[in-house]
Design a protein around this ligand. Sequence first.
Ligand SMILES: [Zn+2]
Length: 301
Amino acid sequence: MKIPLLAATLIALSCLPVAAQRIDYSKLEIKTTDLGHGVYLLGWQGGDSLILVGDDGVLLVDTSVSPMGDKIRAAIARVSNKPIKLIINTHAHADHFGANESLAKGGAGIVAHDKLRERMAKGFTAFNQAIPPSSPAALPTVTYADAMTLHFSGETVQLFHPLNAHTDSDTLVHFKRANVIHASGTIGGDGGYPFFDMGSGGSLAGMIVAENKMLSLVDDKTRIVADEGDPASTETLKASRDMLVTLRARVQKLIAEGKSEDEVVAAKPTKDFDARWVHPGNFVTGDAMTRLAYQSLKGTP
Ligand SMILES: [Zn+2]
C-alpha cells in the first residue's frame, strides 16, 4: 500500500482539486485576519488567500476554488472598495487558481510561475483527478522563472520559485513591509506535518530548500501563511525545517541499510515528532510522512 493508502486519506487535504473534495462551499465562511500594513488573510480552511489593500487597488494572492469566488470578492469588499488589480497564483493545485476567471474579470493581471501557466493551459492531473485546461481568461498574464519583485502601493512584494518543493510550480510570496510570507504549501497547515505532492513535481529535498529560503527572509515577528489555519511563527518554520532535515537523515540511513518502504515505516522514524506534528483531521500521519520521505528519497513515488 503506497499511493493508494495516501490517496484514500487525501480527502481531508486542503490542496485537493475541486472534484476530489467533498465540501459544501455554500456553508464555508471566510475569516478575515488583519496582518497589518494593508495585508489581510482570507481563511476558509482551504488554499487560503492573502490580500494587500492599496490606495487604488487590491493585490490578491490565490483565488481559491471556483465556488468560493463570490465569497472572496465579498470578503475583499468588506475591507476595500477598490478593484482587484493584480492576482498572484502560488501553485498548481486547484484551490489556488480556481476562481481566477471571475476575480480577474475587472481587468486584473495574473502573475505566476512559468510551470503553473503551462499546467493550467494544457490541463493536468493532481491527486488522480484530471484538471481540464483553463479558459484563456483564467490564465496567468505574466510569468517568471526564478524570482520577481513587484511594487504595489508602497509595499515590496518578492516572489521566489523554489525548485520541486510542494509542487514544481510554487511561488513563495514575501511582503517585506508587512513581514508576511505566503508559503505556497511548503509548510503544514495548522502546525501539522508539511505535505509535498510528488505527482506534481514536489519533493522532500525541495521542501527543505523552500523552508531554508523562507528562513533567510524572516525575523522573530514574521507570519508565515500555510494553506489553512493561523499563520505560523518563525519558531514553527525553524522547527519544521529541523524536523524535515532530521527525518531525511533518518530515512536516508534506513534506505542505505537496505530497508524496504514497509520496514522503514515500521522503524517509526517520526516517533518523537508525531506529538507535535500530527493533528486530528490532518491526513499526514507520521507513517504517511515516512512514506512520502521514503518515496521522495528513492525517487519512486
Ligand atoms: Zn497545494
